[in-house]
Write a protein that binds this ligand. Structure first.
Ligand code: SF4
Length: 359
């Protein structure tokens, strides 16, 4: 990239103006690491205190691995009647939650498969019992958008009806998980049975319009092209603008290539950090950008110098562990990595869903 092109983009970013998708491609292809770190930090520090980061201890409870979607990048699922499939009982789910409480955790994220027999009323009943048992002592991300879509279809409910049903059961969050790369060409190659991108955003909108919270996620490092990654960011940014900025955060993690059909390799830490920086700069309308300890371990904390301001300390997630992720419960060591990166880590409470119509 020429010095003039860098100077033009630097002015635009420091000005607070959104950069275009072409600008993002240019930056990603040509800017050096130091420039990406500096510019993403400038954007980050407009929204958050410099040299400080926040974190939360959380668990991803995988209540079932039975799934009919057959995504080729997934090491977690079992088809119905295949050996090794499971559906946790209420008591087993609670035991997992109690483990998290033992670690001082405050956030439980549920994530399972497209189970062909679980209607939305089954989920609502489970969530309602969980709320009753734990009251307000914990926060719950109760489904991913992808699971919500599947279960609505299975239950013959519109997304609006489904969202109302969950809301009545006390659900406050349905997160943006299951997004991977929001580009239809990517989805056709790897998960043709999952959803179309337009449909994904229809479901997200119904969730937000019902008054629940949601988030944005992305997974990189499959075989996606730069164009497909940029399409993902563009769709997210446009959607965020059209919903009065109600998606609370953006989290990007990395594909783990073991024990699945797709295989391949892992992207480098450097590539992850560079993409995090591009995401922070491009997604000017997102408040929180989160770095992934789940898939990058201590190296994720370098992300605090590439635009991220927040991270999880996960205690379990079978989906990524089956594909090769290693979870460390040595929290003190991980927090020291944040300090070494120059950011004092502050334990936070769970976010609250962004109110409707907040600008
Ligand atoms: S990624 Fe999710 S939807 Fe796809 S096969 Fe795995 S569990 Fe099923």
């Amino acid at each position: 990239m020429s010095d003039t092109a860098i100077a033009r983009l630097r002015d635009k970013i420091l000005d607070g103006s959104p950069i275009s998708t072409d600008d993002a491609a240019l930056l990603y292809m040509s800017a050096d690491d130091l420039t990406l770190s500096e510019l993403s930090t400038q954007v980050r520090n407009r929204l958050h205190p410099a040299n400080q980061s926040t974190y939360i201890v959380m668990a991803i409870v995988n209540y079932t691995n039975i799934c009919v979607a057959k995504c080729d990048y997934c090491a977690f699922y079992r088809l119905p009647h295949q050996a090794g499939g499971y559906l946790l009982s209420f008591d087993e789910v609670c035991a997992r939650i109690d483990d998290l409480v033992g670690y001082g955790g405050k956030l439980v994220s549920f994530n399972g498969g497209f189970h062909p027999k679980l209607k939305l009323t089954d989920y609502a009943e489970l969530f309602s019992k969980i709320h009753h048992r734990y009251n307000d002592s914990l926060s719950f991300f109760e489904m991913t958008v992808a699971e919500f879509m599947f279960s609505c279809k299975l239950s013959k409910l519109s997304y609006e009806e489904g969202a109302q049903l969950l809301l009545a059961a006390g659900t406050r969050w349905v997160t943006g998980g299951g997004a991977e790369i929001l580009d239809d060409a990517f989805r056709k190659r790897h998960s043709p049975g999952k959803y179309s991108v337009d449909d994904y955003f229809k479901a997200q909108r119904a969730i937000l319009d019902a008054g629940m919270g949601s988030t944005a996620t992305m997974v990189i490092g499959f075989d996606e092209t730069l164009e497909e990654r940029l399409n993902h960011l563009q769709r997210l940014r446009d959607f965020q603008e059209s919903t009065d900025r109600r998606l609370t955060s953006f989290l990007c993690w990395t594909y783990k290539p073991w024990n699945n059909e797709l295989g391949g390799g892992e992207i480098s830490n450097r590539e992850y950090l560079r993409w995090l920086a591009i995401s922070r700069i491009y997604l000017h309308n997102f408040t929180h950008v989160r770095t992934s300890v789940l898939t990058k371990n201590e190296a994720a904390l370098d992300g605090l110098n590439f635009g991220a301001n927040d991270f999880d300390l996960p205690t379990e997630d079978e989906v990524t562990q089956k594909a090769g992720a290693t979870i460390s419960l040595e929290f003190a060591k991980i927090l020291d990595a944040a300090r070494r990166a120059g950011h004092e880590p502050i334990l936070r409470n769970p976010f609250t869903p962004s109110p409707r119509f907040e600008v």
